[in-house]
Design a protein. Structure first.
Length: 240
């Protein structure tokens, strides 16, 4: 419902995507503020979910989303230099990792490393979030690519969390998927609007949080593998 109004404002103020870049497949300017609609729908729904279930770390995620949204909006309108982008992304990622304690705590035997001390764990988690956020941002420019990828990622984690009976986390994944789905109707080829940095950065952040939460739910049995990859867990799945 928001996107037609966003389209009108973007066209009136000539807020269109650049053409001619090697990552862009279109040959004419397309409005790039679709992320505003994704941000609004996701945050309103998440706030409602947060009222229902107080155990969710909604405040930390919303704070990080608002920080990235503000930076993405400025980047879509006027541009932001790369050093400022990385600094703000690191700040937003740190706001999720440090106070909410959403981080990788074990390498599960990769490079012979198992449990990680707090500081390396926090730094690795921040870098992983920044990597995923920028990965989503880089593929925005092809019709439907970021939106489809975001839906697949968040729906997959939502179903995994439902299986693990983590319904609160599943609600976050489904909320993001629903917000993207409404946008996708306007983003399929030929795209009428792009989400821009405002949407791509937020989708990357939530996808990264979903991944880290899924890993943190795992325990390390005697074979050194996380619970969801251990033989006993697989046997349980086969029995069911």
């Amino acid at each position: 419902m928001c996107i037609p109004s966003v389209l009108h404002v973007a066209r009136a103020w000539h807020l269109c995507d650049d053409v001619g870049h090697f990552r862009k497949e279109h040959d004419h300017g397309i409005p790039r503020l679709g992320g505003v609609a994704i941000f609004v729908s996701f945050n309103i729904t998440l706030l409602i979910v947060g009222i229902i279930d107080k155990s969710l770390l909604v405040n930390y995620m919303l704070a990080a989303c608002i920080i990235l949204f503000a930076m993405g909006l400025k980047d879509d309108l006027y541009g932001v230099n790369s050093s400022t982008k990385f600094m703000i992304q690191a700040f937003a990622a740190g706001g999720v990792v440090l106070p909410a304690d959403i981080r990788v705590t074990s390498m599960y035997g990769i490079f012979g490393i198992y449990n990680l001390p707090y500081i390396p764990s926090a730094l690795l988690s921040i870098l992983l979030i920044m990597l995923i956020v920028n990965s989503f941002n880089l593929i925005d420019g092809i019709d439907g690519l970021v939106a489809t990828t975001g839906i697949i990622v968040n729906c997959t984690f939502a179903f995994l969390f439902i299986y693990l009976r983590q319904y609160e986390l599943a609600a976050i994944g489904l909320t993001m998927s629903g917000a993207i789905l409404g946008f996708l109707c306007f983003n399929l080829a030929p795209a009428k609007i792009f989400m821009g940095d405002t949407g791509a950065l937020m989708i990357g952040l939530i996808s990264a949080v979903m991944a880290l939460k899924f890993i943190s739910l795992s325990t390390v049995p005697s074979n050194g593998l996380p619970l969801w990859l251990s033989r006993s867990w697989l046997d349980l799945c086969l029995i069911r």
